[in-house]
Structures are given as C-alpha cells and as structure tokens.
Design a protein around this ligand. Sequence first.
Ligand code: TYD
Length: 211
Amino acid sequence: MSRGQFIVFEGIDGSGTTTQARVAAAWLRSKGVDVVETCEPTDLPVGKLIRQALARRMPGCEGEQLAPHFFALLFATDRMHHMQAVITPALEAGRWVVSDRCYLSSFAYQSIDYDLDLVRAMNHEVRRADLTFLLDLPIGQAEERIAPRELFENSPREVFENAEMLTRVRSNYLQIADLLEGEGERIVRLDAGRSREAVAADIRDTLAGLL
Ligand code: TYD
C-alpha cells in the first residue's frame, strides 16, 4: 500500500463534507487502511474559539460580527496547530488523514471580504492535500439543507450560513480550485446535489485508485 495520504473534503455549508468524510474514512478502514479522521475548525483551543465566534457567542463579544481578518487569522492559527498536533504526526507515521475542511475553506470563505493573497500568505506553511474532493452544490439546495437545522436542531445560523455569502463562497471554490490545479494539486469536483450514496460511490471509485 502507498504511503499515508492526506485527503480533504471541501464545499459550502450543506454540501455534505462531514457526512462524506465519515463515509470515506469508514470505507478506507474496511480496506485495511489506518485512517485518522479529523476536521476544521478543530477541537483544539483556537478551534473552540472559532466555533464560539461563528455562532456570535465568543465570551465578551456576544452578538458581535467580528472582522474578516480576525477570522482569517484564527482559522490559519487553528490550522497550524492542527498540522503540528494531528496531521503531520499521522502522515509521518504512514497513516492516512481524512479531514473535513482545510486550507481551501479559508481560501474560499475568507476571500469573500479579504484579499486572497493575504489569506494564502497566512497559510503558506500548510501542507497541501494529496487529494481534495470539492462537493459542489447549488445555493438553493444548500438552503434547503441548512434551514431545517435552524428550525429543528435549535442551531441558529452561523456567520457564513446565508445565501448571499454562500453564493460567493461557491464561486470562490470553483475559481480557486482551478488556480490550485494549475499549481499541481489534485481536486475532484463532484455534484453534491445527488443522493448521498451516489456521491459516496464516486468518492470510493477515486479512493480505490489510491490503494
Ligand atoms: P463546518 O464544517 O460547517 O462546521 P459545522 O458543520 O460543525 O458547523 O464549518 C464551520 C464554518 O466555518 C463553515 O461556515 C465554514 C467556515 N470555515 C471558514 O470560513 N474558513 C475555514 O478555514 C474553515 C475551516 C471553515
């Protein structure tokens, strides 16, 4: 089997990155791969602060909309710790890493209202993924998936969970994916508007090629 692979799932809110990362990791394990499943924002200290900030519940700043560069710096900081504490040690031990989001999230989300080159500079030491799955979803469908969470799970919308933001994030994802492919990254775009099973089957086909 090949050396440890760093695999990342990306896409707008509602696109299914969390579900598909979980399904992919389980499938890889069933094939005997030693997988570390992880996500961003992380459960490390800065990741926890980010979750509070996204929900506008950061202690002392409740209800405040925090500045874009604040988020850009926090996500980059959380990522540096994630690399150091989780991703790099796992890959160096020959394990595979499946992450629900990584630097491409920062490129797509934080460049909505901050300069992409500055966001990239903040992340320049971050290891590039061996393979990224970009789950592409029309905004109408994302809305349909996010709205019930608000109603039934009593989870108020986070900072980026609105149609206007997500429209820009989606278009950023597609453009920036082109840019990164031009730099040699491998990014597989998938239509995430299909059933969970159909998307998972495409992901499995691609992963099978890495085994
Ligand atoms: P998300 O994966 O949706 O977490 P959860 O499913 O637990 O709510 O991520 C939270 C939000 O953070 C989401 O709107 C995307 C955003 N985000 C960024 O803006 N930049 C980043 O670098 C990352 C990792 C996430």
